[in-house]
Design a binder for this molecule. Structure first.
Ligand code: ATP
Ligand code: NCN
Length: 197
């Protein structure tokens, strides 16, 4: 019997945008994944130079954004774990929940560049196969990673970042069509990213 194939899309998702969703959808189809689990970070220790929105808001926006896709789901493993979020813990927890599954961890070209700075980087490659995806403005390169540990995939180019969505919101510019409609409405309802008055 072949193992189940589960994709894992980790991110701070502050907020989740169409770049994340397109990347996950493309990898799901190309790698014939049963599902892609989005995993919002609890405390993203490499983003500590800025104030990150509450984990519960980022989690709920990710639920809203993925709700219409039957192959997408959202996990709370990182949100519910105390302390900084490390992918080695994310993958260990997901492996315990799905012992019969092969895990495929999806990362954009920028995150892939940084992997060797992650906690216990050598161990993460034992827990999942990595899939590096193209992202406008970054070069996709896996040469620094162990042989066979990563596959590189071209995905439709979406020049969107959460940073730009936050900046546009603060400047009063529209974010429609950069993030799902429900996420636009959630940001407005919760007054996220607005300049304090
Ligand atoms: N437009 C995009 N195309 C492809 N991959 C992306 C894109 N945006 C983000 N990713 C990938 O999604 C994962 C989660 O990204 P993250 O939540 O940090 O979003 P971000 O847009 O990079 O956020 P920020 O601007 O706040 O740094 C990372 O692996 C990142 O490389
Ligand atoms: O394990 C680590 O040390 C580590 C350091 C930085 C980022 N990550 C993971 O990489 C994914 C993308 O992170 P980010 O910060 O770009 O949103 C997310 O799942 C993070 O938990 C993991």
């Amino acid at each position: 019997m072949t193992n189940r194939r589960i994709g894992v899309m980790g991110g701070t998702f502050d907020p989740v945008h169409h770049g994340h969703l397109v990347a996950a959808s493309e990898v799901q189809a190309r790698f014939d994944l049963e599902e892609v689990v989005f995993v919002p970070t609890g405390q993203p220790w490499q983003k500590s130079e800025r104030e990150v929105s509450a984990a519960e808001d980022r989690y709920l926006m990710t639920v809203i954004a993925t709700a219409s896709n039957p192959r997408f789901s959202v996990s709370r493993v990182d949100v519910d774990r105390d302390g900084p979020t490390y992918t080695v813990d994310t993958l260990t927890d997901l492996k315990a929940l799905h012992p019969d599954a092969d895990l495929f961890f999806i990362t954009g070209a920028d995150a892939l560049e940084q992997i060797l700075s992650w906690r216990r980087a050598e161990r993460v490659f034992d827990l999942a196969h990595f899939i590096g995806v193209t992202r406008p403005g970054y070069e996709l390169n896996g040469a620094h990673l162990p042989p066979g540990a990563v596959s590189l995939v071209e995905v439709p180019a979406m020049a969107i970042s959460s940073t730009a969505v936050r900046a546009r919101t603060a400047a009063g510019l529209p974010i429609w069509y950069l993030v799902p409609d429900g996420v636009v409405q959630y940001i407005s309802k919760r007054r996220l990213y607005s300049v304090p008055d």
